[in-house]
Ligand binder design. Sequence first.
Ligand code: B12
Ligand code: SF4
Length: 576
Amino acid sequence: MFDPDLILLHPPTIFNFRESPTVLGPISDVVPSTSVFEIYPIGFITISEYLHRHGISVRIINLAMKMLKDDSFSPEKLVRKLNPHAFGIDLHWLAHADGSLALAELISRIHPEKPVILGGLSATYYHDEIMRDYPFVNFIVRGDSTEEPLRMLMESLKSQGGFERIPNLVWRNEKGNTVVNEISYKPDNLDYINYDFNHILKSAIKYRDLQGYLPFRNWLTYPVTAVFQCRGCTHNCCSCAGSLVSFRDQGLREKPCFRSPELLAQDIKKISDFTGSPVMVIGDLLQGGEGYAHMFLDSIKKYTIENEIALEFFDPPPEAFIKKIADSIRNFNVEISPESHDPVIREHFGKCYGNKELEQSLKTFIRHGARRVDLFFMVGLPFQDYSSVIETVHYCERLLERYGSSGKLLPLISPLAPFVDPGSRIFENPDKFGYKLFYRTLREHREAMLKLSWKYTLNYETRWMTRDDIVMATYDAASLLARIKVKYGMIDEMRAQTIMAHIERAKDLIRKIDGSHSINERVMEEVMRLNNHDILCDKHELEWPLKGWKLALFTKLLIFSENFMRRKSREPSMKT
Ligand code: B12
Ligand code: SF4
């Protein structure tokens, strides 16, 4: 098989998760991936397309996915077979601390002569510690936009020199000293890259490895896609490392950069040309200003797109804008995260709007035909105690009472987990926000991921809730919300019973683990079984409807190709 210049690998959170008995808990319940966070950074797609356009071949391998899909799959055997010029690994989400470092070590043991490159937000934050303590990592490319610096690095690797000229690069000189080049590559728009899913499909065929390109476990049966409006953010939520001040303080960028509204609309159009899958627009359109948002809507209106399109809003948008959305997008859905029912807590978190504004916009969205409005609430916020969490769920019930008859409102609650982000305002100044941090370094967070339960993995507690309170509040709130959802006909009794049974088992396991340093085989088996389930809600609740013949054909073709490619390479067939 053709050897690419660069192989990008996405690891699972815990490298040995298949043997590791950690009660992973509800850390991934409201994102499409499982608790090993198999979704790779969207940046893998833009890096691959950009380098390919500049004559450098790239293969993506979602190792986490391969390990999830097949218990007998050996990462070591796969790594032995690979022969690129260089390996790239993401350490974007801190939850991958163990997976990324263990994989880097494995690669450097098997291929000591091949450079191992790390990138992503957590690698950027922890670059000093990584270069000091993990000699098997050769390079780190910092920043939120690494396509061009990585291209330059790939060129320099051929000539073995010129590293000092590469922006954003962290490397070791001949004396073995770490050199940290400035983050000076910060493009001010996102029009130089392509979120090109066709490129990804072609690459999967070229390397005969569809599974290695899949973004998450159930993607073949629920192929949701996403387009990206920006990098960075205009908001300042205190637990988020992607906020305006966090990006500023880390030297990543002064202000967010945007994809032009016409290109963003075209990205959606291109997806709709070959599949009827739902499309999430990541980033609040109004972040780019009203002019930006209106231009996007004018552009998208020109295309007749049937796909479900999900828009996220950081604040409730004005009524006139909602009307324009309804006029421009046939099937639109909405995501808003008020975080708490209590506007004071919401404001301390970094979102300044009242419940009146929130409810006014819910009403308007529903009146103007939103297909669904998802409301995300969180546990672990400043000034929030156990009773406030429960009150949030009662508020969800009141919202359902008022606006739920349309069947369009979907409230969800989940914990701030596993970590308060390094680089966020809380992480950098915990006392000011009433937080106590248990872990600070990368090594400590790696160890935290290997603790026996998510309670001990959490890197924080607050003045208002201990880790025990956070765990209990999360489980109790989710049970109560499940019962409320039955009352309003949103889920059936059986589904609620399943959620509540999982919650009770999780609580029981956490009690058994508490105070013991090791666990017996029976408990271990129970933990592994429970890790296969969503806990707080059923992920299917979050799925938007899939549309039409294009999607059916697309999915069938993908499953057929996957099984065909696997038969060719004599591997077991695909289980979806
Ligand atoms: C969109 C988003 C998501 C999407 C991800 C879509 C995707 N496939 O990337 C979804 C909703 C799935 C998601 C999920 C999660 N997210 Co998120 N997410 C964001 C958000 C809002 C934007 C991300 C973004 O702009 N990316 C664009 C740029 C920065 O990244 P990129 O293009 O993918 O990659 C570039 C660089 O990072 C780098 N790079 C990345 N990998 C590599 C590898 C190599 C070798 C190199 C050289 C470079 C490189 O180069 C790329 C191209 O230039 C940020 C907040 C923010 N405003 O930044 C949070 C954020 C990144 N998420 C965060 C978290 C915590 C999570 C979850 C763990 C939450 C949870 N508990 O469920 C999960 C993890 C899911 C998983 N992996 O399976 C934290 C991360 C903090 C940290 N340091 O760990 C952030 C900062 C904020 C937050 N609290 O939400 N997220
Ligand atoms: S959590 Fe807040 S700061 Fe972070 S990306 Fe979302 S809106 Fe922006």
